[in-house]
Design a protein around this ligand. Structure first.
Ligand code: IVH
Length: 668
């Protein structure tokens, strides 16, 4: 490859990167992209002298830093005045008119207020040379090596005549779906989950190791600027169009329904209400609409007051927050022995949901927010996440209140609790702690595990406390006589329970593995183990070296698996379960019918979606959660929604349940 061809290849990669990550409209498959990328890497190996800072190879994440360096913003990063109602918006409009002495009619440019982390990108002569957090607005932190890993941020502006200097500001966000996945992972790894996508985005951006940031699917939307040299525009809306042409990510290129130029304040209010109604359907969190005077000349005349521009305001949505009283703090012991403090609160309605409990995460979190029993607190609900305490209203605190400390003894078994240095969590290490055992049983019967749906938490507690069930296999020894001994159980409900226990015997290998509750082995890891080994005995005997050969299984997970199966009791439990009739089809690990196929599952289908995904994985396929050009088939059931539309748009073949069964029939 000659230099010109190399430059063209680089341009091609930049283009496809933009199509995929900014426009959401890929033109080539991930496979083809990877091929091009590999070609680039090979060429750069041969010609290291060709590599410049804008090469896609420079995104992978450099060496970890020991700390971030501080850097002043050339133009301070201001904040916005908030408004909360139609009247407030009208008042903002009147203030602008009054300041301008009513001589101008005002046009506003409106867009969502992204709920993320503000950063500033610095492009010098078209090259990305800096990225700063907002910090205190005057001095920020240099997070360039992390920002470089974000595929939606161009390393070089797309133009032959770049401005000498362009400081672009925007918000870094983590889409809701990715936030949930990240938190599942955190949980699986025994780490504290993030409270909301904004915290997760901030935590990801402030990683000292850029390789960690690179794994977090952060996105950015640009909306403003700092210092600019060599670029001219007379309107906010024109600025957005210009930077969008330079390949910077702006919201209007993928969702132009989310921005609007409004000719009067009524249109502004209408837009604000429209966005509010769309809020929960968007793939990322927003907390309002930002209203900006469109004309730059008028913006300059309006100027700023008290660290906020007079020409803009944030029309916020009603926060999903509420005020209530902490009546008690209880400490729950989870199945891994982790002690979690939970606030029990006076019931309060937040965004239409009654809330009585909020997680306090751990002692560090309690200390940081200084949360005590009897405190009046602001609580917040973020999406589907467990509610959390935002802050304490200290003015309402009782003088006699006491700091809360997580007990040094397990509340369930009195054993001393251990706090591992690098973990924020205290744990009860007693393997036969009743709380650990009953929580493990609850996990064992849960929907994604053995799915014994008639055994709810209350019955498990009863069974455990009565001594009828002490371990997993005891569940399969239950009979009518034993169950009728329990309080509030009649013949009919007992029959249902026994039927659901019987039904659970026919299961899958991955469900069985997941049910055992091995630390760090979540659903996904259980599936990997099942399809790699295909046999429970092989998993029991697997050595660390073999386990870490499996893609996506790291040393921590491997150690946990190996350690768990060193415990004779667990092996014995598995043997008993198999003897008592737990069975599953052998998993084939060779000549798989769906080898390499990516099948997205959507809509309502005859089997549980997780089981279908499992069927796909067991046959060598993959099942991503979203449709892309890499999807080979979409398996659509009834009332399939947006995924089906996307599949149609991309021309992905759509199959129904019968066709799916045909596709895998060799295996059945
Ligand atoms: S314009 C003078 N536009 O909101 C500040 N800000 O409270 C001009 N934000 O620090 C900011 N979405 O982090 C603007 N579409 C948007 C925004 C936005 C989110 C954040 C930004 C800023 C904060 C102000």
């Amino acid at each position: 490859m000659n230099h010109l061809q190399y430059l063209n290849l680089k341009k091609d990669l930049q283009k496809h990167n933009y199509l995929y990550h900014v426009l959401d409209k890929p033109e080539i498959s991930d496979y083809e992209f990877d091929q091009l990328f590999n070609q680039l890497i090979l060429t750069e190996k041969k010609h290291p002298e060709w590599v410049e800072s804008d090469s896609p190879s420079q995104r992978v994440g450099g060496e970890p830093l020991s700390q971030f360096s501080k850097q002043s913003h050339r133009v301070p990063m201001l904040s916005l005045q908030n408004t909360f109602s139609n009247e407030d918006i009208i008042a903002f409009h009147q203030r602008c008119l009054k300041f301008l002495k009513n001589e101008a009619s005002l046009i506003y440019y409106c867009e969502p207020k992204f709920d993320g982390v503000a950063i500033e990108l610095i492009y010098e002569n078209g090259l990305l040379t800096g990225a700063l957090t907002r910090g205190d607005g005057i001095v920020g932190e240099n997070v360039l090596s992390n920002v470089k890993t974000m595929p939606s941020v161009p390393l070089k502006l797309q133009t032959d005549s770049p401005p000498a200097l362009l400081e672009v500001r925007g918000e870094v966000i983590l889409p809701k779906e990715d936030f949930k996945k990240l938190n599942d992972q955190q949980q699986e790894n025994g780490e504290t989950p993030f409270a909301n996508p904004r915290n997760a985005a901030a935590g990801s951006l402030r990683q000292l190791d850029p390789k960690v940031t690179a794994q977090r699917p952060l996105k950015m939307f640009c909306y403003g600027f700092g210092l600019i040299e060599g670029l001219h525009f007379s309107k906010q809306s024109e600025f957005i169009d210009i930077i969008a042409k330079l390949a910077l990510p702006t919201i209007n290129v993928s969702r132009n329904d989310l921005t609007m130029k409004c000719n009067n304040v009524d249109e502004v209010i209408e837009f604000y209400r429209k966005i509010e109604s769309l809020r929960h359907k968007l793939p990322f969190d927003i907390d309002g609409v930002v209203i900006k005077v469109d004309s730059m000349e008028l913006q300059n005349r309006l100027g700023e007051i008290a660290r906020s521009p007079r020409w803009a305001c944030a029309a916020k949505f009603k926060p999903e927050q509420g005020e209530t009283l902490i009546e008690n703090i209880i400490v729950q012991v989870g199945r891994t022995g982790a002690l979690t403090p939970v606030a029990v609160m006076k019931p309060v309605n937040v965004g239409g949901v009654t809330i009585t409990h909020a997680t306090l995460h751990n002692q560090d979190e309690i200390d940081r927010k200084d949360i005590r029993i009897g405190d009046t607190v602001i609580i917040q609900r973020a999406g589907d996440v467990i509610p959390e305490v935002v802050k304490v209203d200290l003015s309402k605190r009782d003088a006699s209140s006491q700091k809360f400390k997580i007990p040094l003894q397990c509340p369930a078994c009195d054993s001393p609790v251990i706090k591992v240095e690098e973990e924020a969590i205290s744990r009860c290490m007693n393997p036969i702690c009743p709380a650990v055992l009953s929580e493990s049983l609850k996990h064992f019967v849960s929907r994604k595990a053995m799915n014994i749906d008639k055994l709810g938490d209350k019955i498990i507690e009863q069974l455990f406390q009565s001594g009828l069930v002490k371990c997993f296999s005891d569940l399969y020894l239950l009979d009518e006589k034993k169950l009728l001994e329990l309080e509030r159980q009649g013949k009919k409900s007992v029959k249902n329970i026994l039927e659901s226990i019987e039904k659970s015997k026919k299961t899958t290998l991955s469900r069985l593995i997941y049910s055992l509750g091995i630390r760090h082995v979540g659903e996904q890891t259980a599936r990997l183990l099942a399809s790699h080994f295909g046999d429970i005995n092989k998993i029991i005997l697997a050595k660390h070296e073999e386990l870490i050969q499996i893609p996506d299984i790291g040393p921590k997970v491997a150690s946990s698996i190996e350690m768990s199966f060193k415990n004779k009791n667990l092996i014995h439990e598995v043997e008993k379960l198999l003897k008592l009739g737990i069975h599953f089809k052998e998993v084939k690990t060779k000549n798989l019918t769906l080898d390499g196929l990516n099948i997205v599952v959507t809509g309502s289908l005859p089997l549980d979606r997780n089981d279908i995904k499992q069927m796909i994985i067991e046959r060598g396929g993959k099942s991503a959660s979203s449709v892309s050009v890499n999807t080979n088939y979409i398996l659509a059931g009834e009332s399939a929604g947006s995924k089906l539309n996307k599949a149609e748009e991309l021309g992905v073949p759509i199959i129904n349940w019968e066709q799916f069964l045909k596709l895998i029939k060799d295996d059945q």
